[in-house]
Design a protein around this ligand. Structure first.
Ligand code: ATP
Ligand code: MG
Length: 140
């Protein structure tokens, strides 16, 4: 089964929606292999989103991601990477509400940066991100 790294971001955890989001994943056929509540320092949030360093939204993104608890999740399913991104919907919650009103970001996100969930965008990033949060996990 393909694995992906999913994350419930501080807005959704703070609003008390983490359990609902995990249940939505299971209802969509994902296996929750691991789910761990933790917090990110500014430094680790910046390292996680290193590909965006230098972009105008990067400082806000790092502040947001280190502002409160997150839930780090490993999901497994056939086609998990693409299917989880489809379930999340468009990056910007306001766009998601227009284009995909039943998506997780439409339902649980806040705005363009505070968008409730993350999902790896490729096999390479899934592997990097799962190792980043679950260093002992074996990836086949
Ligand atoms: P993620 O990587 O969190 O799953 P994504 O792959 O849909 O989201 P990316 O382009 O990787 O989107 O952006 C990473 C995160 O940075 C977004 O989820 C969002 O929180 C924030 N972000 C991206 N683009 C913008 C923007 N134009 N303005 C504000 N915040 C943004
Ligand atoms: Mg991304």
């Amino acid at each position: 089964l393909e694995k992906t790294y999913a994350m419930i971001k501080p807005d959704a955890v703070g609003a008390g929606n983490a359990e609902l989001i995990l249940r939505a994943a299971e209802d969509a056929g994902f296996i929750v292999v691991k789910a761990a509540r933790t917090t990110l320092s500014r430094e680790r949030a910046g390292e996680f989103y290193a590909e965006h360093r230098g972009k105008p939204f990067f400082p806000n993104l790092v502040s947001f991601m280190s502002s409160g608890p997150i839930v780090a999740v490993c999901l497994a399913k056939t086609n998990a990477i693409a299917d989880w991104r489809a379930l999340m919907g468009p990056t910007n919650t306001l766009v998601a509400r227009e284009e995909k009103p039943k998506s997780l970001r439409a339902l649980y996100g806040t705005d363009g940066t505070k968008n409730a969930t993350h999902g790896s965008d490729s096999l390479v990033s899934a592997s990097r991100e799962l190792k980043f949060f679950f260093p002992n996990m074996t990836l086949d």
